[in-house]
Design a protein around this ligand. Structure first.
Ligand SMILES: [Zn+2]
Length: 70
């Protein structure tokens, strides 16, 4: 289940984050087989286990914070 989405675009802010498509918001990937390789499960590499990813707008905000945050 997606959790803690504070800016999903449904309010007045543009969507700053989206549910991670790689893990469907779980933050965890189950073990799966791709060809002859077994990919072991664990934290999602795409979202670092957060379950959500910053959208382009979100990344712009993060860059803004990095520039101006102290
Ligand atoms: Zn993910």
């Amino acid at each position: 289940m997606p959790h803690g989405m504070i800016a999903d675009g449904s309010g007045r802010l543009p969507a700053l984050e989206e549910v991670c498509p790689a893990c469907s918001g779980d933050g965890q990937i189950s073990s799966r087989r791709v060809g002859n390789t077994i990919h072991s499960g664990g934290s999602c590499n795409d979202c670092y286990g957060r379950g959500t990813k910053a959208t382009q707008e979100g990344q712009r905000l993060l860059a803004f914070i990095r520039r101006h945050g102290t």
